[in-house]
Design a protein around this ligand. Structure first.
Ligand code: ZN
Length: 679
């Protein structure tokens, strides 16, 4: 019986493209469990090998373990995002702990580490290629950074810290969520909704209905909060909502996060010290392109200095504007988004509805295909014989201009129940060279663009156009991957480098030469008028000075929390935060508000000592695109350099080395400042 079951499970059979049509929900859990057991056996075989550890029999062998498990889990978790069901979600809850336990077992496998270490200690004499030495380094660090080199007593100390830290992050998130959910602003008089677009009112009335209330309800969830702050004319209500948002987990109640923050920061510091790092930031940045906290701080301060005049000018302008129309003397935090929106509208009057007819989805897809053909010699052919998980999904084979097979490309564009919000790129099969064969990847992008109707095709907003280019840029990183080891392939690069391929591609959306290829009116075939393009460009850099200031201030706050030598001495979260914000303040402080107690990116998610990455990535993409601008946005030589040194190289070498080989120099912030109109 068991044998029959095994035979019938398509996930446990060899497959090339994911066998979506044959998989039943009941196949996942047994397939994942079996694959975990098989991977354990593969690892045991490495550990029990009686030969002396070598690069091949240990480092490479370990990198090739778990292939089947990876393929099965990528199918499973991709579907959990793009086409989930209650059943899949339940399985995810069941298998996730098994998977993390399994990963932990590997990291804590002493005998395995000893073999890895033997190879690592002889690395100088092994004559490894740069990619091989990166693989060895990454593998060794994976153990060492989790305490494999520590004495027993310190190891158990580390485990204790880790256990406490994961509890604290969880608690941090729960507190923020509880505070978010505890608040609502109930409005019964429609006059108080003045300024809000119909759609925003409708959403608020839906929320009210769901709470069995009359009128309109606004909450601290972004889709409710942001439109209110942007459009509501009623200043008192904006103030009420903003202060309530700023108080999250900073009130005198059981959900207060002040102690949690101080405890997290202290424990992260202890953990870093235990592992031999000066601070948590040093620990994190060791594996990033920026490499050191000093570099992040000097990068941030440099950009801050350069953006300062623009930020201050924009702020003064906005304040004068608020004064002129509403006689506001002191611009407050709850005024910023509101007056900025009004000013922007006045200045650009850019109606999204006017632009949409120029961005029919099919035309935009053709555009991005043509651009990648011109730059990187890729050809996309739609195919209909590849299994897919939903009829909306489109499938393509990607070849180079000589007809050689490069990748399978899946594209899933429209929303439906069971798909999560947003847009992302993912893969079903990694690229790698195995037994001398270059196995090509299966890459997918998933978006939530407006669906076509019976009378109208799918017409994208400009924001959706840049989103498509963004995800397609990630997809190129995956498709053009050309490395030996799959753990270094494609998008397996450091966090502050991974957005370069995606963000750089967005730049083509603003260029006349590129827009002429695809931005044509879906009824008249007229190319988008240049005055629209100019407006798009100008409005894109609207208030970039203040925007830059804001992002940098969050990044510096993060570095302050995680890069200090003695976090145990910090007693007041608010005081510490105010000090960190000293150089980036534009609005008056609100005493009852605190950012850190709800800064989930760094205290709950994985962005600690990493928030700077957003701006860092922008500097990179602007600097890289500047090179294209200098030589022409379709210049083959520059494109080839980008392909050969960045897109195909994944994480095989240090990102700064790869970048310099493409660009001829380290990235400079000038191009970003120019693009953002800050020079
Ligand atoms: Zn991205």
């Amino acid at each position: 019986m068991a044998l029959k079951k095994f035979k019938m499970n398509p996930l446990l059979h060899h497959f090339n493209t994911a066998p979506f049509a044959q998989i039943k929900e009941s196949d996942y859990a047994p397939a994942i469990k079996t694959a975990i057991e098989d991977t354990k056996k593969e690892i045991d075989a490495i550990v029990l090998n009686s030969d002396t550890p070598t690069f091949e029999n240990t480092t490479v062998a370990l990198d090739f373990t778990g292939e089947k498990l990876d393929r099965i889990t990528s199918v499973f978790f991709n579907l959990n995002s793009a086409e989930t069901t209650d059943g899949i979600q339940k399985i995810a809850k069941d298998v996730s702990p098994l998977l993390s336990e399994f990963k932990n077992d590997i990291i804590l496998n002493e005998a395995l580490f000893q073999r890895v270490k033997v190879v690592y200690n002889t690395k100088e004499s092994l004559k490894l290629t740069p990619e091989q030495s990166t693989l060895l380094e990454k593998q060794y660090k994976g153990f060492a950074r989790n305490g494999a080199n520590l004495k027993e007593a310190d190891k158990s100390k580390l485990r204790k810290i880790d256990a406490t830290l994961s509890k604290l992050s969880l608690q941090f998130g729960e507190n923020v969520l509880a505070e978010t959910n505890a608040f609502e602003m109930h409005i019964t008089d429609e006059i108080e909704l003045s300024g809000l677009p119909e759609s925003v009112k409708e959403a608020a009335s839906e929320i009210a209905k769901s709470k069995e209330k009359k009128g309109w309800v606004f909450t601290l969830d972004y889709p409710s909060y942001i439109p209110f702050m942007t459009y509501a004319d009623n200043r008192e209500l904006r103030k009420k909502l903003a202060i309530s948002a700023g108080k999250k987990a900073f009130q005198d109640n059981e959900f207060n996060n002040e102690t949690v923050v101080l405890e997290i920061v202290k424990l992260r510091h202890q953990r870093a010290n235990l592992l031999g790092y000066q601070t948590h930031a040093h620990f994190v940045l060791e594996e990033r392109m920026a490499e050191t906290p000093e570099k992040v701080i000097s990068f941030s301060n440099d950009l801050l200095e350069k953006a300062k005049p623009a930020a201050q000018k924009e702020f003064a302008e906005l304040e004068a504007y608020a004064k002129s129309i509403d006689n506001i003397d002191q611009l407050q935090k709850w005024d910023g988004a509101y007056y900025a929106e009004k000013l922007k509208k006045e200045r650009f009057n850019l109606d999204q509805e006017l632009l949409k007819p120029y961005f029919k989805l099919e035309n935009v897809i053709d555009g991005v295909f043509t651009i990648s053909n011109t730059l990187y010699d890729l050809k996309f052919g739609e195919v209909f014989d590849i299994e897919k998980y939903h009829e909306d999904v489109k499938t393509y084979t990607v070849t180079d201009t000589n007809g050689a097979f490069i990748a399978i490309f899946y594209a899933d564009f429209h929303p439906r129940p069971g798909k999560r919000n947003g847009a992302w790129m993912t893969s079903y099969k990694p690229q790698q060279v195995k037994n001398g064969i270059n196995e090509r990847p299966h890459i997918s992008i998933v978006c939530n663009f407006t669906k076509p109707t019976e009378t109208k095709p799918s017409l994208l907003t400009f924001n959706e156009v840049t989103t498509l280019f963004h995800e397609f840029g990630h997809a190129l990183h995956g498709m053009l991957a050309n490395t030996t080891y799959n753990s270094l392939s494609g998008t397996s690069v450091s966090w502050d480098f991974v957005e370069l391929p995606s963000q750089i591609l967005e730049n083509w959306c603003y260029e006349k030469e590129a827009l002429e290829l695809f931005a044509r009116h879906y009824e008249t075939d007229e190319v988008i008028p240049m005055e629209y393009v100019t407006k798009i460009k100008e409005s894109a850099s609207f208030h970039e000075g203040m925007q830059t200031f804001r992002q940098l201030s969050f990044g510096l706050l993060d570095m302050n929390w995680h890069g200090g030598d003695s976090p145990e001495k910090i007693t007041s979260v608010k005081e510490f935060e105010n000090k960190a914000f000293e150089n980036t303040k534009l609005y008056p402080d609100v005493a009852e508000n605190c950012m850190s107690t709800a800064f989930s990116h760094i205290f709950q998610g994985g962005y600690s000592a990493g928030y700077y990455s957003y701006k860092w990535a922008e500097v990179l993409d602007a600097d890289a695109f500047e090179y294209f601008l200098e030589k022409g946005i379709f210049n083959k030589e520059v494109a080839t350099r980008f392909k050969e040194n960045v897109l195909s190289k994944g994480g095989t070498e240090k990102p700064m080395e790869l970048y310099k080989r493409f660009r001829g120099q380290e990235p400079k912030p000038d191009a970003l400042l120019k693009r953002a109109g800050l020079l």
